[in-house]
Design a protein around this ligand. Structure first.
Ligand code: GRF
Length: 226
C-alpha cells in the first residue's frame, strides 16, 4: 500500500480521481491533501472522503519561502507519505526542497512535455497551430516541468478550439493519466534512479502512452500490474 500526499491549490479534480481510484482498490492510501490556499475547493473534496487535510497559507510566508517550504516538508514527513503528487499546485518549489523529495515527487502538467512548460499551455499549443496536445506526468526535478517524463496522454486539436474547450476535453484524460501513473509506482513497476526512470527494472526508453480506451485496469495498458 503506497502512502500518497497530494499538493494542490484549487479545484482538486485530480485528487478526486485518486480518491476514486483508492476507493476502487488501487493499492494507495491518501494520507494528506495539502493546499497553499486555505480556501481551495480540493480540501473540501478531501474532507468529504475522510482524507486528512492541511492548509499552509502561502500568503503568510510571503517574504520567507524557506520557512514555507520547511513547514511543507515537516507536514509531508509527518504524514508518512512515500509519494508526493503535485496536482494543480501553483507554486514553484525551490531546488533545495525538490532535492529532498527526489524520486518521490511527481507532477501532472497539461502539455506534451518538453513542449510548453509553465502556464497557459492550451493557448500556446493553439497559437502554435499544433495538431496534437495532451498532458504529462513527470518526476519533479529542480528544472520547472523539466524532470523525466513517465507517461503522457494525447488528444487532437482542431482549428477553432478554445483553451477552455481544450481544458475540458483534456481533464478526464488527465485523471486517467494520473491514476495510471500512480498505479505503476504503487505496484512497484516504476522507480526513478538518478535521472533515469526504470520501468519493470529496465531503463525507460520511450515515454509511456495512455492509449485511448485504456486505463489503469486495462489488460494491455502499460499500467497493467500483472
Ligand atoms: C490540471 O490541469 C493539471 O494538469 C494542472 O493543474 C490542473 C489542476 O486541476 N497542473 P485540478 O485542481 O486537479 O482540478
Amino acid at each position: 500500500m503506497l502512502t500518497v500526499a497530494v499538493l494542490l491549490s484549487g479545484r482538486g479534480s485530480n485528487l478526486g480521481a485518486l480518491i476514486g481510484a483508492q476507493n476502487e482498490g488501487l493499492p494507495i492510501r491518501l494520507v494528506l491533501a495539502l493546499s497553499d490556499r486555505p480556501g481551495a475547493p480540493g480540501l473540501e473534496l478531501a474532507r468529504a472522503a475522510a482524507v486528512p487535510t492541511l492548509a499552509i497559507d502561502a500568503s503568510a510566508y510571503r517574504n520567507n519561502k524557506a520557512a514555507f517550504e520547511d513547514a511543507l516538508d515537516a507536514a509531508l514527513q509527518a504524514s508518512g507519505c512515500e509519494l508526493v503528487v503535485l496536482a494543480g499546485f501553483m507554486r514553484v518549489l525551490s531546488a533545495d526542497f525538490v532535492r529532498r523529495w527526489h524520486g518521490r515527487m511527481i507532477n501532472i502538467h497539461p502539455s506534451l512535455l518538453p513542449k510548453y512548460p509553465g502556464l497557459r499551455t492550451h493557448q500556446r499549443a493553439l497559437d502554435a497551430g499544433d495538431a496534437e496536445h495532451g498532458a504529462s506526468v513527470h518526476y519533479v526535478t529542480p528544472v520547472l516541468d523539466g524532470g523525466p517524463v513517465l507517461m503522457q496522454v494525447r488528444m487532437l486539436l482542431c482549428a477553432g478550439n478554445t483553451p477552455e474547450a481544450v481544458a475540458a476535453s483534456l481533464l478526464p484524460l488527465e485523471h486517467r493519466l494520473l491514476v495510471a501513473s500512480v498505479a505503476l509506482i504503487a505496484t512497484g513497476q516504476v522507480q526513478l534512479q538518478g535521472e533515469q526512470i526504470l520501468y519493470r527494472q529496465q531503463a525507460l526508453q520511450h515515454v509511456l502512452q495512455l492509449e485511448d480506451g485504456e486505463d489503469a485496469a486495462g489488460a494491455d495498458s502499460p499500467a497493467d500490474p500483472t
